[in-house]
Design a protein around this ligand. Sequence first.
Ligand code: FAD
Ligand code: AMP
Length: 477
Amino acid sequence: MTDKFDVIVIGAGPAGYVAAIRCAQLGLKTACIEKWLSKEGKPALGGTCLNVGCIPSKALLESSHYYEMSGSALSEHGVQVENPKLDLKKMLARKDKVVKDLTGGIEQLFKANKISWLQGHGKLLPNKQVSVTGQNGKSETYSAENIIIATGSVPIEIPATPFTDDLIVDSSGALEFSEVPERLAVIGGGVIGLELGSVWRRLGSKVVVLEAMESFLVVADQQIARESLRIFNKQGLDIHLGTRVTGSSVKKGKIEIEYKDKDGLHKDSFDKLIVAVGRRANTDNISDDETGLLLDERGLIHVDEQCRTNLPGVYAIGDVVRGPMLAHKGSEEGMMVAELIAGENSNVNYETIPSVIYTHPEISWVGKTEEELKASAVEYNVGTFPFAACGRARATGETAGMVKILADKQTDRVLGVHIVGAHSSEIIAQAVIAMEFGASAEDLALTVFAHPTLSESVHEAALSVHGRVLHTVQKKR
Ligand code: FAD
Ligand code: AMP
């Protein structure tokens, strides 16, 4: 047995590393176990989000957007770029540098906060002990008053399309294609499938998205989802709904996919396949059987509202527990648990966690969808505003999409805000703050927004809740 800590965190993704930093800020002697190895085989902090998730995907989304813009869209502004050329190697290298800089930044933060980074695989043992097995196979045991499990999630593999080295890949493989595939299939029209499908479509692939559900983006407000589907189809993303992939084979460097839809069985051939059917909690070998750590029926670590597991002094946060698999949700849980351990009162407001899909335009929302309100028999008013009627959107040329606000019919309290539109990942923060403060649609309508901004569309949608919209003619629902 070696050192004893106040807190040991297992996993240094956005849930774990934030928990570790907050614990250290609160004066707790903190260690964080992380086993991630970078592409170069070097130990790295930051987890899925920084290494193969949020950050590299957004780097490629931005770069591929510039590439696409330099084609047709810029010429509308009177800027002629002759034959824009793609330097994919440079684009990928830039993405890798962004990742390296940020993961290196977390390492600096660990040093500055005196957090001990224990490199290797962590495993919970009975009596608040943890073993750490390094790359050399040697194990050390540590103990702590409190243990936070933040082991994240991993991509789901389906039997019909087992991963290969470079043809049938998960989201991490899809960040590394060394050439633009001519024909690319994506299984799963969810967040990751749409983002990565968009990257490669912009770079020149013919992209076919095969989605099992009959409706597009079932988690989103369906009016926004329908509008988004229309925009993506126009962009050339070939999205097939109600389509289940049943098998695949690799022949002469191509992937033959079999899929079923309402018209029967089909076969098609592709150069690459991205499997983006969701992620599962990573509980692989993280706890000794004797600890009795309880999982729920979906394989997530069972926790209460404040992320306490069934074991005293053991918490779990982030993708490995219930709730949306989002980096900011995990980070908030990390801060909450650190503060609880330090004896403070803390909680997370799960009602106001924003979701964003970083396509172009972006899809962003917070709170309830219209479908959820109907299902729970809550009476509501709706206000909408199209970006096509927004002066700033006209000026920038990004007129696709709309803002939709749902407000309680009796109290006028904002219950949900849904946006498809350029930069909506930034705009949605206003709605989150409004909801966090319990704002009414009237509060938003009385707020002064700078002109000309895209955010004025939130103002107009709030005015529209009460039939007072200014810059368009209000439609009757
Ligand atoms: P993770 O980030 O998965 O980190 C867990 C860490 O624990 C890993 O580093 C792992 O190596 C380590 N670990 C696991 N087991 C052990 C063990 N036994 N011992 C030691 N270490 C261990 N979310 C957003 O909010 N916004 C986005 O834009 C977004 N984009 C995404 C794009 C892609 C392509 C993907 C794949 C995901 C994206 N996500 C996004 C989701 C986001 O990455 C996750 O929600 C987030 O990373 C979860 O954080 P976490 O800390 O719970 O787990
Ligand atoms: P997300 O949870 O946002 O990552 O999205 C995953 C998407 O994959 C969801 O829309 C699922 O409906 C879809 N999906 C899951 N399994 C399959 C499958 N076998 N074939 C096609 N789509 C699938």
